[in-house]
Write a protein that binds this ligand. Structure first.
Ligand SMILES: Cc1cc2nc3c(=O)[nH]c(=O)nc-3n(C[C@H](O)[C@H](O)[C@H](O)COP(=O)(O)O)c2cc1C
Length: 367
């Protein structure tokens, strides 16, 4: 290790709101890897994949559906059955043995889904009946066009929030150190937040306050099961994924961050970088901008390199930086950064969601 690396702020510990202690400022970003099989039960291969990455200061699991209605991805895991809870227990046990701290990312896909994922639940649900404009979706019966979702009834919205509460309870039973509420990337919470996808006239639509209400209901539901200091929220104010981006994005996300600030959450996790797509509806929102309204820990993400992550920690715009794609091919990312070893190139996209072990837990550590 040379002097520069010894001085690396990314490698210093950080305590997130008292409850979670990260050994360094490097987080494993949540990444759907689609290895859980058709019953969506975490398995030994997944336990090995996460164990390999346990030197990250904070690990966030792949997005995990809170109910069958929330499913929108082939072979992604769930947290609504006993078998899934047991499967996750095995994953968390192997991570804890390796010294890791891990949160479960809670997911409901909303309109980014297809009825063939949940025949018993019918059409995908959303705040409003607006279909995604895009290439279509990979489903259990192959590639299909997006469907027009069914707008949730007002009373149903509370039931969905309750599914998050049940999922949070199961996450604790599985041994997770906390949960991250997935409010990013055009899934159900983001669909409620943004004017592009929310045209409701009830208490969950219209004003920014009303569009935020669904996320607030979920935060309240989840924090009724565990302390707020074990709960993070992820938002993507600049994102375009899943046909998102609203003209009033800045007001919307500033308001959401202000409101979330009241809870004493573990952190706010922002996909601030533009590497995963940018809607170009104004100047991108920055971590510094969020710092003014959110006073708890901030995690940045999106296209960071070890050097740009170090700069963000050093200048104080972020407390941790989450790495996504670099973690697919560098299970020992922390050690590589600590030792100044080169990073392996990004893995090809065709291994991201492959239903088999190749390109998953088989990336070597540096030697
Ligand atoms: C294979 C893959 C799967 C992903 N799955 C999720 C997910 O489950 N939940 C989520 O919030 N973001 C997900 N993302 C987005 C990443 O968390 C991250 O925001 C994105 O990769 C940009 O960060 P990076 O440049 O460090 O890769 C995924 C990204 C990739 C590449």
């Amino acid at each position: 290790m040379n002097r520069d690396q010894a001085d690396n702020r990314l490698l210093t510990p950080f305590t997130l709101n008292a409850a979670l202690r990260a050994n360094n400022r490097i987080a494993l970003a949540p990444m759907t890897r689609a290895r859980a099989g058709r019953h969506r039960i975490p398995n030994g291969l997944m336990a090995e994949y996460y164990r390999q990455r346990a030197s990250a200061g904070l690990m966030i699991s792949e997005a995990t559906v809170v109910s069958t209605q929330g499913i929108g991805w082939v072979d992604s895991p769930g947290i609504y059955s006993d078998a899934q809870t047991e499967g996750w227990k095995r994953v968390v046990t192997s991570v804890h043995r390796a010294g890791g701290v891990m949160l479960l990312q809670l997911w409901h896909c909303g309109r980014a889904s297809h009825s063939t994922f949940h025949l018993e639940d019918g059409a995908p649900v959303a705040p409003s009946p607006i279909a995604i404009q895009g290439d279509g979706i990979q489903t259990p019966v192959g590639h299909q066009p997006y469907e027009v979702p069914r707008a949730l009834e007002t009373e149903e919205v509370l039931q969905v929030a309750d599914a998050y509460r049940h999922a949070a309870k199961r996450a604790l039973q599985a041994g997770f150190d906390g949960v991250e509420i997935h409010g990013a990337n055009g899934y159900l919470i983001d669909q409620f937040l943004q004017s592009r996808t929310n045209r409701r006239m009830d208490r969950y639509g219209g004003s920014i306050e009303n569009r935020y209400r669904f996320l607030d209901d979920i935060v309240q539901a989840v924090t009724s099961e565990m302390p707020a200091a074990r709960v993070g929220v992820r938002l993507s104010p600049n994102g375009v994924f899943n046909d998102m981006g609203s003209p009033d994005f800045r007001e919307t996300f500033t308001f959401a961050a202000q409101q979330l600030d009241r809870y004493g959450l573990a952190y706010l996790h922002l996909v601030d970088g533009l590497a995963f797509g940018f809607h170009r509806l104004g100047e991108p929102m920055t971590l510094t901008e969020f710092r003014r309204v959110f006073h708890g820990p901030l995690i940045g993400n999106g296209g960071y390199t070890p050097a740009t992550a170090e700069a963000a920690i050093r200048e104080g715009s972020a407390d941790l930086i989450a790495f996504g794609r670099p973690y697919i091919s560098n299970p020992d990312l922390v050690e590589r950064i600590a030792q100044g070893w080169p990073l392996a190139p990004d893995a090809p996209m065709d291994v991201w969601y492959m239903p088999n072990p190749r390109g998953y837990a088989d990336f070597p550590i540096y030697r």
